[in-house]
Design a protein around this ligand. Sequence first.
Ligand code: NAP
Ligand code: 8YV
Length: 309
Amino acid sequence: MTCILQLGPLTERFNHSLAAEHEVLRIWEQDADALLDRQAHRIEVVVTSARFGCSAALIERLPSLRAIISFGVGYDSIDVAAARARGIPVSNTPDVLNDCVADLAFGLIIDCARQMSRADRFVRAGEWLSGGLPLATSVSGKRLGIVGLGRIGEAVAKRSSGFDMQVRYHNRRPVDGSAYGYEPSLIELARWSDFLVLTCPGGASTRNLIDRSVLDALGPNGILINVSRGSVVDEPALVEALLEGRLGGAGLDVYAEEPKVPPALFELPNVVLLPHIGSATAETRLAMEELLFANLRAFLERGEMLTAV
Ligand code: NAP
Ligand code: 8YV
């Protein structure tokens, strides 16, 4: 039996299956320091998620660690450099969640433009009895800018064809053979876009990529959609732009300090706020669990990972 340190709870089904096959130490159920003082030398695998991460300090504390297996595609919360320095491989769960996250991004586009959440609140509050809502903005035929045309970004772009949208994207370098127009300047992409969708990774290299100048380029009629990471956006600058009417609207699934959301956003009618649910469907979470288990088994049986980062 392999001694596994699990850094946070996933589904009951997952927790149960993991514990059925391995000796699992659940760090959140006990005093973490005391647990590590007693058991650190025995731990061979860390099972974590994009949410719970894995710090350099924890990696350093585990002398027998051989692998870090994560649930989720983003790995900005895992210190991959510290793991690599010790020759410890890290796996994630790419691809199986692309459609689900892209569906949600497109849902946010439509919701922000057509005021669906706002209209729902309006009806429930009985306000329809005494008037109508202001006219909304169309989606079809508009310009879609994508920051990070990777696996999820491609799936967002694909959905836009049903809405006759023009698509351009900004990555650090053009995607070979892509039919979509590459925009080397993020500011120019924002200036061109009606909707700017963020699907790049989080972490140091993208921190505050969407700053005041990008938000101003998107402008008072532009809508920002963020399904990547909160760290990619300068959040105080976003709040300021929305409060001052310099940005048309925002659809957000992720925030700088989750689960904290800037309270100033609660009052704004042109903002849709979701609690990081991009991959949160039964089907996709099951596929992510299965891929995590496949990585764990492949590592333990053959020393390989199916999807190493
Ligand atoms: P991916 O396939 O690696 O795509 C990421 C794209 O971002 C690549 O095309 C990359 O191209 C681009 N990129 C990287 N750094 C950039 C930069 N500095 N400026 C502009 N573009 C940059 O990743 P993915 O599987 O699509 O996932 C993307 C992210 O979505 C994840 O890392 C995660 O943070 C987020 N996510 C969120 C949820 C949710 O629940 N909301 C769920 C899943 C994933 P270049 O390398 O050429 O720049
Ligand atoms: C999950 C995510 O919510 O895959 C990612 O990067 O952000 C989401 O799919 C996350 O993995 C759960 O911690």
